[in-house]
Structure formats: structure tokens, C-alpha cells
Design a protein around this ligand. Structure first.
Ligand code: MG
Length: 260
């Protein structure tokens, strides 16, 4: 199954083989079990403002900006977009509710997987639409010795965000800038390409972004959506939990590194 998925990817993108160097992990719903809190907060917020967004649908919008999500619901239900002021009020309300939720736990299997990835010589990176100020500190506390700040892409780095490929292209660029120069000396590094990476995503829009960036994208379905929603966005492989992915890492790594 893994070998077939890799072969299809290589054929589609015209690469001879994978040359895996780094794994770009999304954060919410992949590293932290935080999507339940987001979905619940969105649903309750919309209800408070007379708008209807079921919890399951919030998973469909994961990765979109707050304004984007609010306007989709507003257009659908009222036929017009929300004003900037209204967007701000709704988003503030949602953020307050979210901050009152119990802190999201580490996704089961995530740390173990990251340790395995690193031990395989693959560099783990985080590519998230989140803009929490304490992000790095929180990541380091939960996943000690795994991530480097120079290799992180957050809301502060990008203009468009997922489903645009921008965050993942930016991740590739950061890898190139950081790890292909030695002691500040610039070396030619034209060899960095999409086949040096994998993307790990739980959300349909995130999978879309990874695929649009031309990267082999592994979906981890940690939420309530049917697998097809992620596969239809072009996911190359799918696991049902981070634990399952972790248990399969050796096979995945072999499939991605063996000469195809
Ligand atoms: Mg996510």
C-alpha cells in the first residue's frame, strides 16, 4: 500500500525517487488534540450571534482564517458578508470561549512518532496557521528536543495561509535557508525540492495545501469527517490516528527511502 502510494506520487510529479529530508507537521489536530475545543467554540459562538455552524462543519473549515469562516456562514445564511467590526466581535467571542476550554492534550502517539522520525535522520518541522504567542514554548514543553524555531512556520510568516500552498512552500524555503548553509556560509542549494519532504495533516484544507505544494501528503484522520473527505483532497496515504502512523513509521520510512 505504501509502495504503491509512493510510486503514484513519483509518477505524477516526475521524480525518480523520494529523497526524504524533513517532515512538516501541522499542529492542531495532529500534535495536539485541540480541534474538539475549536469546533465547540465555533459552534457556540455562531449560535450566540444567531448563526449556524455545526461542530462537524467546523472541521471542514479548519485552517481557514476566522474572517473566512464567518463570511462563509454569513453568506449562506444571510446572503451578505459580515462587516469588519462584526467579524472582530465574533472572532473575539470565539477566542474567549476557546481560551476557557481545558488545555488540549498532546495527541496520543505524537511524541513517540516525532522521536522515531528524528531518529531516522528526518528533520521534524511545524507548519501551522496558529498565531499563539507561546507556541514555541508550548511545543518545547510537550515535545522536548524535537523542534527548532528557525524551522517553524506560523501565522506570522504567511500572507494567505492554507489551503494556499504558501505555508508549506515557506517551510521548504526555511529548511533550505537554515540547513543548507554551514556556519553562515551560503552554499548552492538548488537540490531542495518537494520530494525532500512529507506533510502530515488532519484537515481537508491542510491536505489541499500540502498537495498543492507538490509534497507527499499523509492524512491523519483524527476528527469526525469521513476518510474520503481527506482522500478526495489528494492525500497520498491515510492513517486513522497518530498512534497508528507511529506504529507504521518504520514501514512508511522504508517506503519513502527505498529506491523505487
Ligand atoms: Mg490541523
Amino acid at each position: 500500500m505504501i509502495a504503491d502510494a509512493v510510486e503514484r506520487y513519483l509518477e505524477q510529479h516526475g521524480y525518480e525517487r523520494m529523497a526524504l529530508k524533513a517532515a512538516m507537521f501541522d499542529m492542531d489536530g495532529v500534535l495536539f488534540d485541540s480541534m474538539k475545543n475549536h469546533a465547540k467554540s465555533w459552534h457556540e459562538t455562531m449560535a450566540h450571534f444567531g448563526l449556524d455552524l455545526p461542530e462537524w462543519e467546523a472541521y471542514m473549515h479548519e485552517g481557514r482564517t476566522g474572517a473566512g469562516t464567518i463570511n462563509i456562514v454569513s453568506m449562506r445564511q444571510r446572503g451578505y458578508e459580515a462587516t469588519d467590526e462584526e467579524i472582530q466581535r465574533i472572532y473575539q467571542y470565539k477566542s474567549n470561549l476557546f481560551n476557557q476550554c481545558p488545555k488540549a492534550e498532546r495527541m496520543p502517539g505524537a511524541y513517540e512518532l516525532l522521536c522515531k522520525v528524528k531518529a531516522s535522520g528526518v528533520v521534524p518541522m511545524v507548519v501551522t496557521g496558529s498565531g499563539q504567542k507561546t507556541l514555541l514554548e508550548r511545543l518545547n514543553r510537550n515535545f522536548p528536543d524535537i523542534f527548532r524555531q528557525e524551522l517553524m512556520v506560523t501565522a506570522f510568516d504567511v500572507k494567505y495561509g492554507k489551503p494556499n500552498p504558501e505555508p508549506y512552500l515557506m517551510g521548504m524555503e526555511k529548511y533550505k535557508r537554515t540547513l543548507s548553509s554551514v556556519k553562515g556560509e551560503r552554499r548552492p542549494c538548488g537540490e531542495i525540492a518537494a520530494n525532500n519532504f512529507i506533510v502530515v495533516e488532519n484537515a481537508p484544507l491542510g491536505v489541499q495545501a500540502g498537495v498543492a505544494a507538490g509534497v507527499f501528503t499523509i492524512a491523519v484522520n483524527t476528527g469526525p469527517l469521513p476518510d474520503e473527505v481527506l482522500l478526495n483532497q489528494g492525500a497520498n496515504l491515510l492513517f486513522h490516528s497518530m498512534q497508528e502512523f507511529c506504529d507504521e513509521w518504520e514501514n512508511v520510512f522504508e517506503g519513502l527511502t527505498v529506491d523505487n
